[in-house]
Design a protein around this ligand. Sequence first.
Ligand code: ZN
Length: 198
Amino acid sequence: MDLYSGHINKLIEELSALPGIGSKSAQRLAFHLINMSQEKVNRLANVMIEAKANVRYCKECYTLTDKEICPVCANAKRNHKLIMVVENTRDLAAYEKTGRYEGIYHVLHGAISPMLGIGPGDIKLKELMERLQEDVEEVIIATNSSLEGETTAMYISKLIKPTGIRVTRIASGVPVGGDLEYIDEVTLLRALEGRVEL
Ligand code: ZN
C-alpha cells in the first residue's frame, strides 16, 4: 500500500498491531495524530514512554502500580487474610469500584489456556502459592467465567485444597465469556456475596 507516505504507513502499521484496532481504525487514528498539534503529540508520546518506564508490579499482589506496594496492599485497614484472585488489573479495578470489598487481591496476569499454549507457569500462580504461606483464611477465585477462567479456577482450587485454606468461587450469573470489567457493580457484588465453596 503506497497510497500514503512511508511515515504514515509505518504509523498505521504500529497502530493496527494494537488490540481492538482494525486497519480502518488505525488509518483514522493515524490521520488524527498527524492533524494534532506538535505539542499534543509530544505529550501523548511522553505519557506512553513514562507509563511504560514507571509502572511496575506490586511486590505483594502483582497488580500494576507506580509504587513498590500498591495502595490496596499498603492499606492496613484491608483484611489481609482474604485474597481475591483476578486475571488482570482491570478486573481488580472493577471490584475496587464497588467500594465494598475489604480484602486484598492477587493478580494472575492471564488465565490458563491450553489452546493458546498458556500454562500454569505463564501466570502468577507460583507467586500466589508463596503468599499462602502467610496467614490466609480464604481465597476467592474471581477469574472470568470463560473456558480459560473456569479452567484456571479449577486448577487453583486443586492446588490450594490440600493447604486447608478455604477456597471459594464467585457465583455464576456473571455472563459467560464476559470480561469482569464490563459487568456492572451490582452484578459484581451479587457474584461476590453469593460465592460458593469449592
Ligand atoms: Zn498490591
